[in-house]
Design a protein around this ligand. Sequence first.
Ligand SMILES: Nc1ncnc2c1ncn2[C@@H]1O[C@H](COP(=O)(O)OP(=O)(O)OP(=O)(O)O)[C@@H](O)[C@H]1O
Ligand SMILES: [Mg+2]
Length: 276
Amino acid sequence: MVEAPGPQASGPAQDQSPSLLQVRGLVQRFGGLAAVDGVDLDVHKGQIYSVIGPNGAGKTTVFNVITGIYKPTAGEIIFDGASIAGMKPDKLVRRGITRTFQNIRLFNNMTVLENVLVGQHIELPTDVISALFRLPNYRRAETKAEQRAIDLLGFFGPEMVARKDEYAVNLSYAERRRVEIARALGSRPQLMLLDEPTAGMNDAETAEAITYIQRLRKEFNLTILLIEHKLQVTMGISDRIAVLDYGKKIAEGIPAEIQRNERVIEAYLGRKAAVE
Ligand SMILES: Nc1ncnc2c1ncn2[C@@H]1O[C@H](COP(=O)(O)OP(=O)(O)OP(=O)(O)O)[C@@H](O)[C@H]1O
Ligand SMILES: [Mg+2]
């Protein structure tokens, strides 16, 4: 069992802080299936906001819609005051939304550093001539991007920097999760969506991840939207939790409220306990 810090350690982000992301009546249909069925979310600046629920509840689909992978069937998404529903992923990255994936998506045959650099492509000069002939402005930007990629790896400690020239395929699972986060930081996001960031980790790695997710919020001034199955993680670090079941939000509140919510116990904790 991993010990998570209590709610008092979860920082200053309260509901009074300004709203950063509002989701209203979100619906995502795949054929006859409403994977997301009328979900509302209110995420305030600086919060760690978790989305939990049984397998297939629609959590990842909510992330996929917010990050522009799908155009929602219905509903509204307001980010930083602007409507973003249906915007393409690259545009959303430029607006400050970044993510990691439930199934880690790194380029296995590229080095750690190259993988992290991918996250910064929006800051390199985009004209073909500069890139093709590696003009001084391009080289300068490249050197700067490399230094920044090293700094981002440094967030996880010198041992991650030491791995920078290793091929991603040779890293441990926990290390790959870190590289994915370092890459996601490259675009200087305001909002980071983490889809099961501790999946596949042992207790010690999970405890470490809990610590660095909290540090991420603080050191990069981030708002974090988190999908997480391990309740010791969500209950310990979330300011608020929304619970999905069959595409619908069945509960929302602070961790203590969620823990004693009858519908949640029935739909999620109960089923999970029954399995275990
Ligand atoms: N592209 C798609 N096409 C068709 N059905 C999909 C698609 N993506 C997701 N679904 C379906 O939508 C439902 C919700 O899936 P989703 O991946 O959002 O669940 P989840 O809550 O993230 O589950 P898990 O905890 O297993 O990751 C599932 O029934 C899934 O099979
Ligand atoms: Mg999922």
